[in-house]
Design a protein around this ligand. Sequence first.
Ligand SMILES: Cc1cc2nc3c(=O)[nH]c(=O)nc-3n(C[C@H](O)[C@H](O)[C@H](O)COP(=O)(O)OP(=O)(O)OC[C@H]3O[C@@H](n4cnc5c(N)ncnc54)[C@H](O)[C@@H]3O)c2cc1C
Length: 559
Amino acid sequence: MEREFDFVIVGAGSAGCALAGRLADSGGDSIALVEAGGRDHHTLVWTPAGYAALLPRAGARNYGYATVPQPGLDGRRGYQPRGRGLGGSSSLNGMIYLRGRPGDYDDWAAAGCDGWSWDDVLPYFRRAECNVRVDGRDDHPLHGGSGPQQVSDLRTPNPFGQRFIEAAQQAGYPYNDDFNGETQQGAGWYQVTQHGGERWNAARAYLHGGRGGAACNGGRANLHVLAGLPVLRIAFAGRRAIGVMVRQDGREQLIRARREVIVSAGAFGSPQLLMVSGVGPARHLGEFGIPMVHDLPGVGGNLQDHLGVALHKRVGSPELFGVSLGGVFRLLGEILRYRRDRSGMLSSNYAEAGAFVCSRAGLDEPDLQLHFVVAMADDHLRRMHLGHGYSCHVCLLRPRSRGEVRLASPDMRAAPRIDPGYLSDVRDLDDLVAGVRIVRSIFAMPQLAALGGKELYSAGLRADGSDDDAVRAFIRARADTIYHPVGTCRMGMDTRAVVDPQLRVRGVQALRVVDASIMPTLVGGSTNAPAIMIGERAHDLIRFAPHVTLRLPEPALEA
Ligand SMILES: Cc1cc2nc3c(=O)[nH]c(=O)nc-3n(C[C@H](O)[C@H](O)[C@H](O)COP(=O)(O)OP(=O)(O)OC[C@H]3O[C@@H](n4cnc5c(N)ncnc54)[C@H](O)[C@@H]3O)c2cc1C
């Protein structure tokens, strides 16, 4: 195997694939995209409903991390699935296509991230996107029609999604035809990262287009996709990153980067890789005897995640996913249907419909998101129930609680120590209480209530809203991630920032971080499209602004 490349990118997830594909197409440099997991060519990855089999437990395609016990969640450990293999978490995610709101990015810019305002990032969202609604056209002010990331409407929307949307309208929330349009408010269908009824993950978008072939590089001779090769640490000469260390043929080997090492290992993997390589808070690294390259106190801090709580309702309808004899027969038919024309229940992303709502009057933008799931999705599908039903998750879009990622071992192959600090800011809990009430008010509307059924865990909550303490207890007992950790290699201009607005790691040379970990704050939506946007924009920063040097004050050493 060739051992020296111009760029070495660690992690073939949403951002890493976008960056690698773009870099390979825009110049003659050689690129190594080094990914811990394997290829994504698998039925369970490409069949949308297949992720139900991958989500519940750790395995070859899912890191399946656990958090440390969370005081805010009655001491429970949260679950943190993360995609492993080409496509990263875009091979395991719920496929919902969302960007957040313009104000989210304007806040980034206002916090010192020059070049990351909405006007700056919108062209990258559009460049990335091929939205079926504007297919082939590039004159839409918000959507792209010719990018590599396919975005579609669901092929076979579930009738219960329609009932949810109508129930939400009965509860006073307007219909919204496009959550990435002018306004986010209201209820509607999600658009999904699918094409022809199949998952369109970042690997298909940017690497191989879903075609076979072991190289996975879409025929580009300068792109070397090295799957199944976990990076152990970044190699430095002084403070300059010169490559990455991997274990191959029974020994550690250096893959050398002539120009840059780019870390795209995700919100947990990227800070972990920096820390095991000697870039991070000095005292913490000292606990593990890791030789210091640079004391960067912000690495691993600022962890933010969307915490959600689900309300489930058992309803005896085989239109919904569920466990029953009738359900098995229906599923067999659905498998044949999917094989025939890629439609039917197997093209479902489960969280088919949703809503953006405000927890209280007077907010400029919705602060709560609802995911209506056409199954009783309980505890990340780790707890199954007999029968059929639906659920609705409510999550807080801009939580104030902060956590951190730390090492549990100096070995990169061990799981990191993840502490999201859920509900450490009590205001988050109060906003979720409002969210639970909103979900129940929608469940109570005729379009859903007429179908009957019984709530699994929330039936005892009062309808008149007079039992906030009980709702708080319900949330503490049941809430968990809806899978959007970000912020652990935060971009900014202050002394605790990890990367500058060109995504260069502060205090060292030839090293960048490019993935969801650089987000200063969570956006008001899910995080796959924003991670891809980050990869797209990083390409332009690397290609077109390589010689701009930004000088920042060095962080003071911790006492
Ligand atoms: C279950 C689930 C559901 C989700 N649902 C949605 C959704 O519906 N819509 C949405 O927009 N977002 C969703 N998300 C979130 C979204 O998918 C992620 O935010 C996004 O994919 C993150 O991209 P990334 O590039 O930062 O990291 P990732 O895509 O996670 O990629 C990181 C990659 O780095 C690799 N890596 C890590 N360490 C190493 C190492 N040492 N050596 C080599 N490779 C390494 C990993 O194997 C992985 O492939 C979901 C996520 C999950 C897990």
